[in-house]
Design a protein around this ligand. Structure first.
Ligand code: BTN
Length: 246
């Protein structure tokens, strides 16, 4: 594979608790190359966002974690979410799918989740020592619990996909967007993110702990907070502070 920044160093495991945990232990023990990716067919203790677990049927989906050593300062760390989201979105758009990125980084088709991203960073002062970008992408799974509001490429397209082909395409785009990040091309990354952003510039319903309200997503600030225009003012929200309502 021809990459600008990342080394295509892929480690395949038949089974693991969590590829993110495995990658975290690996970077502690050895100096692995930028882009080193741990893939598995079976993950029995997968971690999701907000302390949730990530469930994925054995052998059906892409489950992997990429080790990155970005040279950005910590206040730009949200750009890693942007880079990973764009790489998944572009991979799926190439397959003809109408993909949206729900801030901060759920990948949706319609209003169903097809992929999730869990990024774990190790900091050193103002800098990022390393990042582990964990991704679960539902590819060939045919059934999900209804309450999960999940989908897969198979359910959207009606045909199974080769996991390796989808992954290779993803990795190519990851390298592309990561290169933009390392070049400091924040503006381009942000405008691409807005092109795919779910509910961008649309009036919709949201809630906080205190209230429900109508709002319109205007963008994200440089630290990744969501900027929402309400009927009376403009507010910024952290991940835990706002919920999207139907
Ligand atoms: C989410 O809740 O949306 C994030 C899900 C992230 C799941 C992936 S699967 C590969 C990697 N290893 C983990 O334990 N979690 C991430």
């Amino acid at each position: 594979m021809n990459c600008k920044r990342l080394s295509a160093n892929f480690i395949s495991l038949s089974s693991v608790d969590s590829t993110n945990n495995y990658a975290a232990n690996l970077v502690k023990e050895t100096n692995v190359a930028n882009g080193t990716t741990i893939l598995t067919k079976r993950q029995y203790s997968g971690k999701g966002q907000r302390g949730n677990s990530w469930l994925s049927e054995d052998e059906k989906n892409l489950i992997f974690s990429v080790v990155l050593y970005p040279s950005i300062k910590f206040d730009r760390v949200f750009y890693l979410n942007i880079v990973a989201s764009l790489a998944i979105a572009k991979t799926l758009k190439d397959l003809g799918l109408a993909v949206k990125v729900k801030w901060p980084n759920d990948i949706l088709i319609g209003d169903k989740k097809v992929a999730g991203i869990l990024i774990e960073n190790q900091l050193q002062g103002q800098l990022i020592k390393h990042s582990i970008v964990g991704i679960g992408l539902n590819v060939n799974q045919k059934e999900f619990p209804k309450e999960n509001k999940a989908t897969s490429l198979f359910l959207e397209m009606g045909v199974e996909q080769e996991l390796e082909i989808v992954f290779n395409q993803f990795f190519k785009y990851l390298d592309f967007y990561y290169d933009l990040l390392e070049q400091g091309n924040y503006k381009v990354l942000l405008s691409r993110y807005y092109e795919s952003l779910y509910r961008y510039q649309q009036w919709s319903r949201y809630s906080t702990n205190e209230t429900e309200f109508f709002g319109m997503i205007k963008g994200i600030d440089e630290t990744g907070l969501l900027i929402v225009q309400t009927e009376s003012t403009v507010k910024k929200f952290d991940l835990k502070e706002i919920a999207f309502l139907r």
